[in-house]
Write a protein that binds this ligand. Sequence first.
Ligand SMILES: [Zn+2]
Ligand SMILES: [Zn+2]
Length: 241
Amino acid sequence: MKLYYDFHTHSCLSPCGDTDMTPYNLVNMAKILGLDIIALTDHNTCRNCEAAVKVGEAIGLTVIPGMELCTAEEVHVVCLFPDCESAMNFSDYIHTTMPPVKNRPDIFGEQSVMDEEDNIIGTEEILLTLASSVSISNVCGLVEGYGGVCYPAHIDRSSYSVISNLGMITEDMGFNAVEMTADADREALVKNHPILDGAKVFVDSDAHYLENLKDAENIIDLPESSARAVIDYIKSLPKLK
Ligand SMILES: [Zn+2]
Ligand SMILES: [Zn+2]
């Protein structure tokens, strides 16, 4: 079945995410825009995923629990998990790899943990946008150990991307897909980085505000609409080399 997807979105738990980006609003707006399957990928945490998954179940939209991990090299990586339990186990581990720097909501923004009915049920204390101590060379194996898959985020961007920060993607990183923005010059990227020739490219919104969510246009063909199906599909792709 052909599904409109967006596997990279943020909620109000990301300090840079708008306070209106509650799990309830995010998932409902995705539904209005015609998306079938989305992932919630806050910076270095999965604590709002359960609420988003519950909203999705109530309105008939598949939500994948995910995270945008910031590696030690300050490279952003989209991580997707089969269920909330796996995602939260990963999230709890990542928390231990973060510098113990407290968020300053007045400077960086609030980091609100929400339930599925727009109630604030907690606040994340540490600043979520800092780099974890997980190295990019370990990220694929680590995520796999929690049952998930991952791919490097917005590789065409000039910051927080594997190409901007490290200059290249190498085979030993172990990725089998990449994310590019909708504006990426794919031809130039493949020319400069032949490892990308034939690579599966995901195009996600990376929305931090409701208005950044895009109309349904990017399609994935899966046997069913589920987190498991997405993970199995990405796992089945050949490794970049
Ligand atoms: Zn990012
Ligand atoms: Zn992002």
